[in-house]
Design a protein around this ligand. Structure first.
Ligand code: IVH
Length: 679
């Protein structure tokens, strides 16, 4: 009986965890029936964790409240790929340690959250999320879920968080059979998990994926490592994970226990999220977003927690939250690059934690497609970035308010009166000296997305513009800000703060300088791409642009032709050229700062062949150690041979260490390796 139990458990693991069954359903059923028969004959020998003990009971048991042993937090959220990328950038920037930060991207399953406790390898408790501090004990129900192991492959103690969910096909079949009373798989899964009769739970084909693990013997060094360990113990882990790092080409394998996991570079993240959003209908189960998590556990602890959620993770949701309100009027806004955007002026309404009274309407076509007119009741959402958008008309106004039924884009710029030009879907004000455009440029230059200069907000800039102190972005650096002392509300303290802010702004990293220029499409991510492609100085970029070399920029990985052309246009524009000259003359950084110049790393491992084995405290996954070798010109090999020059051996190094000693390959410990790098 014990042997049969173990065999069935083995096949459960192959089926639920590895998705690689080795026997047919019939063969599996035969094993199962044999065990049932033996248990019938010898009821006294039935073990409580036998695979047969998943049928549940008809006895109504209440679901007592239990306090969680770990805080069961929820996730911070955002609603667009660009917000996710911004979070990643911010988190990376807040990480002072030179060891690169990597992340794990997981599917956000739309089911019911559950916390499982294993003691010495046995499932002892399953609790729902509840309010995060206290949940309901649903152990009897969880035991009926076939993919939740009753016994782990090792007698370890741990707590696991994961999601109980239902595949679409299973839901359809079950729902049809039961008369179509359930609205979606999530509600059925969550309801069933909390059913008072476990026999009812057993009849519903629920499944489980583990997504966080807490080991009694310590945390483990990385989340991906912990998940790999969970998988090795027999807990099902979602195979669609992605290990996201600065440069994926340097990381060969994720984890052998997570064979289907992919690797991706930071630059691919946006695309991956967009594809997942489109592709999710093809998945066998429902997801409502993706979760991006810092991989390193030590890093997570440094980043810490708010009262509600960890700072080391964020969910990007596919559906934006909506609110309904009334459209009061439509105005137009002039952007710094001349683009005219119609804006919905709304009756104030609460949406995702803020009060909204304006929303973007993108362009004229968008307004017309919505058939929008003042007085209409509209649905708004916080979709892209933080700017809310009008999604649709919920109800047309009975008698249209002033302005009539159809909205028309004005012929002239509301700020300077120039005739508008239409390019593609958008209208533009062609006048570079249009007051709104000039102010917009100044605001961008000094704002968070620009040089980030303290004390130079919209109000001060408007005043300075009116006084003729500034006009072009470069004027910010040369203006005599002390002359503002004569103005109301400006003391010495305030102008000194501005001067100090400007002094600091000259020292901003080159990537930030590029993004501050306010050129079409040239944000932080394009700036990084350019630098990585070797454009490490303004002169280098200007030289290519002056030669009209669109092809050179197009050759850069990930750059579309239109972006390449914009770069050429912007950098070769005479007025922009004058601005760049002026910024350089004012002492703004015009080339990559030395500290982060990748090529300045001494190629100390050139000509060497390194093999890396065992586990490390500073390099986890150990690919991070391989990365250090590669960055310094070394070649990384997977096996020790006579050609191998070094073996970097961590704890638990086994046969490779023996082989290295046998062949006389130089063995390097983690500490020695760190010392080598420091040299
Ligand atoms: S991690 C402390 N990972 O989303 C972080 N949550 O608001 C714990 N969820 O209650 C959550 N898939 O039910 C995490 N791969 C995943 C998830 C996931 C679904 C759910 C979970 C949680 C909610 C977060």
């Amino acid at each position: 009986m014990r042997r049969l139990e173990a065999e069935i458990r083995h096949h459960d693991r192959l089926y639920y965890v590895q998705a690689k069954p080795e026997i047919s359903d019939r063969e599996y059923d035969a094993l199962f029936d044999e065990l049932v028969a033996l248990e019938d004959q010898h009821p006294e020998l039935v073990s409580p964790d036998s695979p047969t003990q998943r049928v549940g009971s008809d006895l109504a048991h209440d679901l007592p409240e239990v306090a969680h042993t770990i805080p069961v937090l929820s996730l911070d959220k955002c609603y667009s790929p660009s917000e996710l990328v911004a979070w990643l950038d911010k988190t990376v920037a807040a990480s002072p340690d030179p060891q690169p930060l990597s992340f794990v991207l997981e599917e956000k399953l739309d089911g019911a959250s559950i916390v499982l406790t294993y003691e010495e390898g046995r499932l002892v408790r399953a609790v729902t999320r509840g309010n995060g501090a206290v949940g309901n004990d649903v152990t009897a129900n969880a035991r009926t879920i076939r993919s939740i192991p009753l016994v782990l492959a090792e007698a370890v103690s741990l707590t696991v968080r994961g999601e109980v969910f239902m595949r679409r096909a299973a839901f359809e079949a079950y729902n049809t059979a039961s008369g179509g009373t359930y609205s979606n798989p999530r509600n059925l899964a969550a309801g069933t998990l909390r059913n008072v009769r476990s026999r009812v739970t057993a009849a519903v084909p629920l499944e489980f994926f583990a997504y966080e693990g807490f080991f009694a013997d310590g945390w483990g060094a990385s989340h991906s490592g912990i998940l790999a360990r969970l998988a090795a113990l027999g807990l099902p882990v979602n195979p669609h994970g992605v290990l996201v790092s600065e440069d994926a080409t340097l990381i060969s394998v994720v984890r052998k226990d997570l064979p289907a996991w992919r690797t991706a570079s930071f630059s691919e993240l946006q695309n991956i999220v967009e594809e997942a959003s489109f592709g999710r209908k093809q998945l066998e189960y429902e997801i409502d977003g993706l979760v991006l998590k810092v991989d390193g556990i030590a890093r997570r602890e440094i980043l810490g927690y708010t009262a509600h959620h960890p700072r080391w993770a964020i969910a990007v949701k596919f559906e934006a939250p909506e609110a309904v309100t009334r459209l009061v009027s439509i105005t137009v806004q002039v952007g710094r690059n001349g683009r005219i955007t119609p804006v919905a002026e709304l009756e104030a309404v609460a949406l995702a934690g803020s009060i909204i009274s304006r929303a973007t309407l993108h362009n004229e076509d968008y307004v017309n497609q919505l058939e929008l007119a003042p007085g209409d009741t509209v649905a708004i959402s916080r979709r892209g970035d933080v700017i809310p958008a009008v999604e649709r008309v919920v109800e047309k106004a009975e008698s249209p308010a002033e302005g009539g039924l159809v909205w028309l884009m004005p012929d002239r710029c509301p700020s300077c009166g120039s005739s508008l030009e239409k390019r593609g879907a958008h209208h533009f004000c062609p006048n570079r000296d249009c007051p709104d455009r000039v102010l917009g440029r100044l605001i961008h230059t000094t704002g968070k997305a620009g040089f980030d200069i303290d004390g130079l907000g919209e109000k001060t800039l408007s005043l300075a513009l009116r006084l003729g102190l500034v006009h072009e972005p470069q004027d910010v650096f040369t203006a005599d800000w002390s002359s503002l002392i004569a103005e109301e509300g400006f003391g010495e303290k305030k102008t000194a703060k501005i001067s100090e802010g400007i002094r600091q702004a000259k020292d901003r990293p080159f990537a930030q300088v590029l993004a501050s220029l306010g050129f079409e499409n040239l944000g932080p991510s394009l700036a990084e791409t350019l630098i990585k492609a070797g454009y490490t100085s303004m002169a280098a970029i200007r030289e290519r642009a002056a030669a009209g070399d669109v092809k050179a920029f197009e050759g850069i990985h990930g750059l579309a032709e239109i972006t390449a052309r914009q770069l050429v246009d912007e950098f070769s524009d005479p007025r922009n050229a004058a601005m760049l000259d002026a910024l350089a003359a004012a002492g703004v950084r015009m080339e990559l700062e030395p500290a982060s110049a990748g090529e300045s790393l001494l190629q100390i491992f050139a000509g060497q062949r390194w093999c890396v084995t065992g586990s490390f405290t500073r390099y986890n996954p150990r690919d991070l150690a391989m990365l250090e070798v590669k960055k310094r010109g070394g070649v990384v090999v997977s096996a020790v041979s006579s050609k191998t020059t070094h073996l970097l051996a961590g704890t638990g190094a086994g046969s490779k260490l023996d082989k290295a000693r046998e062949l006389g390959v130089q063995v390097v410990s983690e500490d020695e390796f760190v010392a080598l790098l420091a040299q």
